[in-house]
Write a protein that binds this ligand. Structure first.
Ligand SMILES: Cc1ncc(COP(=O)(O)O)c(C=O)c1O
Length: 444
């Protein structure tokens, strides 16, 4: 259906849009102008339910007054202050707050916090901390990082090197890395509810890569406990435990990239808690400020942190940081966000909805072209078979159809991903599934 141009349409030429088919988008744009709770409003005033928490980040729903007030107050008090050889209380307060609610609880001791401006920066920070730590403890030959096929770790040079998505990698040079196989296995695991039963043996890839490269060359292994951006790929039962055991055996640090799973997505505060597997570093961003102000954080274990707190006291221990590390306004937004999460129980709320979510999503089984349905916590994916010679077009059509009918979903190739704000109610889950189901029935 051709769209009539809206009178509210801005000039579109100058903004070079990220991860977007710019020419296609600008010929038929979709613009959001407002948001409240579970809903966006587009530039023509139409309500669109947010089935993706923005980009997996607006966990407490949109337009939270407490965050707005905190940001406004902070801007009026201290708009910016450096954190290089200087400090300001808000960043320390936020780090201390995060320290009390760090992944794995107090016994995991993952309570040293390095602030960044995004998920990509958190990943590159964690990789650099891992390499620097190994050197500091006399393991300077350990510079290689192991990632995984289909992994997504943002778009920095470190992140694309350990990531495993070919389109993000093929054009750019990379740092030394190697990759385990991914764990997506439709033949054995299609339509699993929750964690798939098959595939624990894929963790032995880490052992294989150790035998190939030598443990003394490997600094760290990084995985998303649950991969989101590649289309919701779940770890088989027992897989992460095995990765932890192998990495520990060989002195390899384990990094969990929790940019998506952090802050309640799986029904526990972090995936670290969900799986009961404790890594050495945890990367976060997105939900850390409810998406309102760009920010990220790396949680480091005391072992890693303290390992770098050596040498003369007047020496900078880690030559790394960003102008906006611990930005006062982002920190204020983060504190307000954590208060909301705690007061409303949002970091565990998904656990109570997971069953309803699972059954609702799996009710789509049997609709045309549906090849798999995956779910965990408040994450879901519907994988479609691709059209011959035109991969990705079927899911894209479903995406456009859903948007027209008032639902924002996300597509990667022919996989539809869902990750609504954690404030969602059961009736809204039904609405998501109903709009998506109708779009799937219409998709040729
Ligand atoms: C697991 C993971 N790591 C890193 C990133 C990169 O985050 P950002 O886009 O904030 O740089 C993402 C973004 O989706 C992600 O899902």
């Amino acid at each position: 259906m051709p769209q009539t141009p809206s009178s509210n349409m801005p000039v579109l030429d100058n903004f070079w849009m990220p991860f977007t088919a710019n020419r296609q988008f600008k010929s038929a744009p979709r613009l959001l102008a407002g948001a409240e709770g579970m809903y966006y409003t587009d530039i023509d005033g139409k309500k669109v339910m947010d089935g993706t928490a923005g980009l997996w980040c607006v966990n407490a729903g949109h337009g939270r007054k407490r965050i707005t007030d905190a940001v406004e107050r902070q801007l009026r008090t201290l708009d910016f202050a450096p954190t290089f050889q200087m400090g300001h209380p808000v960043a320390f307060d936020f780090a201390a707050k995060l320290g009390t609610m760090s992944p794995g609880g107090p016994s995991a001791q993952l309570d040293r916090v390095f602030f960044t401006g995004s998920g990509s920066e958190s990943v590159d920070t964690a990789l650099k901390i891992a390499i620097a730590y190994q050197r500091a403890i006399g393991q300077g030959t350990r510079t290689r990082i192991i990632g995984r096929e289909k992994g997504y770790h943002g778009v920095g040079f470190g992140g694309i090197s350990v990531g495993g998505l070919v389109n993000n990698r093929r054009v750019f040079p990379q740092i030394p890395a190697d990759h385990m196989r991914h764990t997506l296995d439709l033949d054995r695991n299609a339509f699993s509810k929750g964690l798939p039963a098959n595939g624990i043996e894929l963790a032995e890839d880490l052992e294989r890569l150790v035998q190939l490269h030598g443990a003394e060359t490997i600094a760290a292994v990084i995985v998303e406990p649950m991969s989101g951006s590649a289309g919701v790929i779940l770890p088989p039962k027992g897989y992460l435990e095995r990765i932890r055991a192998i990495s520990e055996k060989h002195g390899i640090l384990l990094i969990f990239d929790e940019v998506i799973t952090g802050f309640g997505r799986l029904g526990t505060p972090f995936a670290t808690d969900y799986f009961g597997v404790v890594p050495d570093l945890v990367t976060t961003a997105k939900g850390i400020t409810n998406g309102a102000i760009p920010m990220g954080a790396v949680f480091a274990s005391r072992k890693v942190h303290d390992g770098l707190m050596t040498g003369p006291e007047n020496a900078i221990e880690l030559f790394h940081g960003y102008t906006y590390s611990g930005h006062p306004v982002a920190s204020a937004a983060g504190i307000a966000t954590m208060e909301i999460y705690e007061e409303e129980g949002l970091l565990t709320r998904a656990a109570g909805l997971a069953e309803t979510w699972q059954e609702a999503l799996h009710s789509l089984k049997g609709l045309p072209h549906v090849a798999d349905i995956r779910n965990l916590g408040l994450v879901g994916a519907v994988e479609l078979t691709s059209r011959d010679g035109a991969p990705g077009t079927r899911a894209y059509d479903v995406f456009v159809d859903c948007f027209r009918n008032g639902l924002l979903i996300r597509v990667t190739g022919d996989i539809i991903a869902l990750s609504p704000p954690l404030i969602i109610e059961k009736e809204e889950i039904a609405t998501i599934v109903s709009i998506l189901g109708d779009a799937l029935k219409r998709a040729a």
